[in-house]
Design a protein around this ligand. Structure first.
Ligand SMILES: NC(=O)c1ccc[n+]([C@@H]2O[C@H](COP(=O)([O-])OP(=O)(O)OC[C@H]3O[C@@H](n4cnc5c(N)ncnc54)[C@H](OP(=O)(O)O)[C@@H]3O)[C@@H](O)[C@H]2O)c1
Length: 310
């Protein structure tokens, strides 16, 4: 029985032998979200799990926010090794686990759950190292050497990107968000970081963003803008230059408008797929304590993209 098209729910956890008992290999890992049907994580992780000969498979689990906390001990009792949490569970997970890695605590979100043999759950954040690794692999640069502008800094991914850039000691950090107060709050929250960069919130106006781009090397888009046709520009495209680096967390479409505009200006620009891959690689290694078969995971992800995002 192949789980690729199956979506498990909270109710299934109470009748697991009937709902998932026929799965071979058995379901031992999951991505949990609401919605979660779109997630490419099973197609990325399962080839890696197979490559290592591990008797487990990774499935999708749809949990509503009110179902999340009560589902975790059930997953632990069912022998789950780990889970990834996506929208909207990353913040709740921080509070729901027994122990949180210090970096995840600082970032304020948990996207990786590790179920320990003693029944406790450990929470970590693989989005942050996945983001840094994607910049390194795709751009050959380290965030600490760059002046960074984060758009959407008030959202979950944006606050995480801003925090990890600050923790890395990037040269300077500008934060902007449609709801300006949220960018101000994130900037304020980073002030106590030892040797953190100069951090400033920038108003969500074309004029302010144009000025910000003049003192920016790396633009990190963490808004969901670009996913829908007709979305407004995130930063003024006319102010993009060939020296800019653009990392757009959006990957649907595969070439978001910001990436297209940056490339047209001669800049290096990548979508959110490499971050998706590397956050998965880190989670995999935390679950299995072994080097992740990156080539297999990348191939699985590429095939899923080709079949699901023509
Ligand atoms: N590639 C990856 O691995 C990866 C990982 C995580 C997230 N992502 C992507 O990153 C994006 C954000 O995710 P998230 O979890 O941070 O979501 P979120 O917490 O809901 O934050 C959404 C952000 O987008 C902004 N926004 C939404 N609509 C907007 C509009 N019309 N104009 C201006 N700003 C707007 C929000 O601003 P307000 O605060 O003003 O509402 C907020 O900053 C999504 O596209 C997600 O798919 C990718």
């Amino acid at each position: 029985m192949n789980s690729d098209s199956i979506l498990f729910t909270a109710a299934d956890l109470d009748h697991w032998a009937e709902t998932a008992g026929r799965l071979q290999p058995p379901a031992r890992l999951a991505v949990i979200g609401d919605p979660v049907a779109h997630s490419l994580s099973p197609e990325m992780h399962n080839p890696g799990i197979q490559k290592l000969g591990i008797d487990a498979q990774y499935v999708r689990l749809h949990l509503k926010p009110e179902e999340f906390v009560t589902a975790l001990p059930k997953l632990s009792a069912l022998g789950f090794i780990g889970c990834n949490c996506t929208i909207p569970h990353k913040f709740m997970a921080l509070e729901a686990v027994n122990e949180v890695h210090p970096a995840a605590r600082r970032i304020g979100a948990v996207n990786t759950l590790i179920f320990r043999p003693d029944g406790t759950i450990y929470g970590r954040n693989s989005d942050a190292p996945g983001f840094l690794r994607a910049i390194r692999e795709e751009m050959g640069r380290e965030v600490r050497d760059l002046r960074v502008l984060v758009t959407g800094a008030g959202g979950g991914a944006g606050a995480a990107a801003a925090t990890v850039c600050a923790m890395e000691g990037c040269r300077s950090l500008l934060l902007t968000n449609r709801t300006f107060e949220k960018a101000q709050q994130v900037a304020e929250g980073l002030r106590d970081l030892p040797s953190g960069p100069v951090t400033r919130a920038v108003p969500w106006t074309a004029e302010s963003m144009t000025a910000a781009l003049a003192e920016t090397d790396l633009i990190v888009n963490c808004t969901s803008l670009g996913m829908n046709p007709g979305d407004p520009e995130i930063v003024p495209h006319a102010a993009l230059e060939a020296r800019h680096l653009v990392f757009d967390m959006v990957y649907k479409p595969l070439t978001p408008p910001l990436v297209a505009a940056a490339r047209a200006a001669g800049a290096v620009a990548v979508n959110g797929i490499p971050m998706l891959l590397w956050q998965g690689v880190y989670a995999f290694e935390w679950w299995f304590g072994a080097e992740a078969p990156v080539a297999e995971m990348r191939r699985g992800l590429d095939e899923a993209i080709r079949s699901r995002m023509p």
